[in-house]
Ligand binder design. Structure first.
Ligand code: SAM
Length: 248
């Protein structure tokens, strides 16, 4: 019956598509997608052919109305973005909101998301994370966002475009200090996947060490601020060290 399926798609390795996603893509009446060419390619890979409807950032409101009309006529529709999970730094949220408000059925199909994929292999030991997504492109606005996060305890999760990765690393060091741990998760699930962890002090050197590193897609993780008592402990130890050195 009339349902909007929110379907996650691969973030690089096409075989990360789920069996359920393939099943749903084969049974729906149409697929609403961010970029019809991109989605046509994915569907071709699996021999699935469906009417494709454009639902991108610039037409999300109108797309929502069009999809609601089709759902009200009893259609089943899949919603996908170019890569990963729709509505996460991608179009989809407004459509889902409108469809739910119209009292229609929404069913999510979980799958790849770059953020969670990066966290899982980062080795950062922290029970919490804070998804920031893309930082503002303008330096002033970026600084103020980063400043507001400087004392946060969760892992901070950023998405970054390759042409801004060096600038991003410099801004992170400025905001969080040279000792804070950063993880660059680059080209996840693809041929040149790299996951590199270092203090922010060493980030620029790592990025510059290989020309490929200014290309490709990045998730950047910054570990949370050390707990106040850890900082206190470190400070106490430092003072104790000085005192002990002075003792006869
Ligand atoms: N909806 C997607 C998700 O669930 O992860 C995110 C889409 S957002 C427009 C694209 C950004 O996600 C890229 O700029 C990059 O920061 C990150 N990303 C997507 N695929 C990636 C990959 N294979 N490796 C690293 N980062 C990736």
């Amino acid at each position: 019956s009339a349902t909007l399926y929110v379907v996650a798609t691969p973030i690089g390795n096409v075989t990360d598509i789920s069996l359920r996603a393939l099943h749903v893509l084969s049974l729906v009446d149409a697929v609403a997608c961010e970029d019809t060419r991109n989605t046509a390619q994915l569907m071709n890979r699996f021999g699935i052919s469906k009417p494709l409807l454009a639902a991108h950032m610039h037409n999300e409101r109108e797309a929502a109305q069009m999809l609601i009309a089709r759902l009200q006529a009893g259609e089943r529709i899949a919603l996908v973005s170019d890569a990963g999970t729709p509505a996460v730094s991608d179009p989809g949220a407004r459509i889902v909101d409108a469809v739910r408000k119209a009292g229609l059925n929404v069913v999510p199909l979980p799958g790849a998301s770059a953020a969670v994929t990066a966290i899982s292999a980062s080795g950062l030991v922290n029970d919490e994370f804070h998804f920031v997504g893309f930082l503002p492109a303008k330096a002033k606005q970026r600084e103020s966002v980063l400043q507001s996060l400087a004392a946060a305890k969760p892992i901070l999760v950023f998405y970054e475009a390759p042409h801004r990765i060096l600038e991003c690393a410099a801004a992170l060091k400025e905001a969080f200090g040279p000792e804070r741990q950063v993880v660059f998760a680059r080209e996840l699930t693809k041929l040149f996947e790299e996951i590199h962890r270092c203090p922010l002090a060493d980030a620029e050197a790592w990025l510059r060490a290989d020309a490929h590193r200014e290309k490709g897609e990045y998730v950047v993780l910054v570990d949370g601020a050390p707990a106040a008592d850890e900082e206190g402990d470190a400070e106490a130890e430092r003072v104790l060290g000085i005192l002990l050195a002075e003792l006869p």
